[in-house]
Design a protein around this ligand. Structure first.
Ligand code: AMP
Ligand code: TRP
Length: 343
């Protein structure tokens, strides 16, 4: 028995559908790194989810590996956590199928992310976009995770996976842990630098909208300097100042203080001085990540090896859960499993 057997489990996932940006780091990955101290963590690069909108095969395989390297560079520690690629563990789509027979059309139709991503074209988008949250439920339930650290945008998907876990348990017998969302308010929603009413997003085609974790110090300085600001002169947050509120939020999270403290510090300074200080703070925070990422990219085979080793460890947990699901739902045992049936 390993020493972390009694620890609570955390599961989270990230799509390899573009380059990781500051919003991903401040809203998600930074928390993952901290959670490793006290939880048994499973962190998954969800490549199957990245197929729910049209994708380019060469880009998908490249970003999957790059996302792995970036997560390692951010401090996800493969000695403590299980970091892996979703499609390497066949139990994810297998459980997703079973859960899709438990989920209801009506509850999936209510998912806001589906409505947003299908942009009203609900007849012509892929079926996978519709069943996306069912695969996400399978991701978490396979590991019987207690907590799921995500940004605010994922709350509805966690609610759905809880409903599916409860329904499955009451129909087929107690199998799944009902997971809780873990949503940290600070940095939960970092906005675009050029359009501060929109979320900073991997899918935005405008380079000036986001700071990438791999941006050079020069690029960071340029992007911060050209970030839009609000009318007025004061470095102050407010409902009518979305741009300044966003920049102040970023500064406060990076600096580990709160927004009023940052406002006091820059009271009387112009936007220029504030932006230079913000760029410097970001450059300092991101430099170690960028350096480690550079080292990892120099030897991609090592990142591949770490991810495959992670997948083997993940399968050791996912396999027995799936054996139990098969037994409880009346499916025959898997060819290779030594499963004895319902415990
Ligand atoms: P995504 O980029 O949508 O695959 O999201 C990966 C993780 O980063 C999720 O936990 C999101 O909630 C979080 N995230 C994405 N964009 C932002 C943002 N602009 N601000 C804060 N968190 C974000
Ligand atoms: N849907 C999540 C997002 O867009 C990514 C994801 C897939 C995920 N599976 C997950 C997050 C399981 C948490 C747990 O951010």
């Amino acid at each position: 028995m390993s020493s972390d057997e009694g620890m609570q489990r955390v599961f989270s996932g990230i799509q390899p559908d573009g380059e990781l940006h500051l919003g991903n780091y401040l809203g998600a990955v930074r928390h993952w790194v901290g959670l490793q101290e006290s939880y048994r963590c499973f962190f998954c690069i969800v490549d199957l989810h990245a197929m729910t909108l049209p994708w380019d095969p060469a880009a998908l395989s490249e970003t999957t590996l790059k996302t792995g390297a970036l997560l390692l560079a951010c401090g996800v520690d493969p000695a403590r956590s299980i970091l892996f690629v979703q499609s390497e563990v066949g139990e994810h789509p297998e459980l997703a199928w079973v859960l899709s027979c438990v989920a209801r059309m009506g509850e999936l139709r209510r998912m806001v992310q589906f409505k947003e991503k299908s942009k009203g074209e609900t007849e012509s988008v892929g079926v996978g976009l519709f069943t996306y949250p069912v695969l996400q439920a399978a991701d978490v339930l396979l590991y019987r995770a207690h907590a799921v650290p995500v940004g605010e945008d994922q709350r509805q998907h966690i609610e759905l996976m809880r409903d599916l876990a409860v329904r499955f348990n009451s129909t087929f017998g107690d199998t799944f842990t009902v997971p809780q969302p873990l949503i940290s308010p600070a940095g939960a929603r970092i906005m675009s630098l050029d359009e501060p009413t929109q979320k900073m997003s991997k899918s935005s085609p405008r380079p000036g909208s986001k700071i990438l974790l791999v941006d050079s110090p020069d690029t960071i300085l340029k992007k911060v300097r050209s970030a839009v600001t609000d009318s007025g002169r004061e470095v102050a947050a407010g409902d009518d100042k979305p741009a300044l509120t966003n920049l102040l939020t970023i500064f406060s999270v990076v600096d580990g203080t709160d927004v009023p403290a940052v406002e006091r510090r820059f009271a009387g300074s112009g936007y220029g001085a504030f932006k230079t200080a913000l760029a410097e703070a970001l450059i300092e925070r991101l430099a170690p990540i960028r350096n480690r990422y550079g080292d990892l990219l120099a030897d991609p085979a090592e990142t591949r090896r770490l991810l495959s080793a992670g997948a083997a460890r993940a399968a050791e947990v996912a396999g027995p859960t799936m054996d139990e699901v098969r037994a409880r739902t009346g499916l025959v045992p898997r060819r290779s499993s030594g499963a004895a049936g319902v415990p």
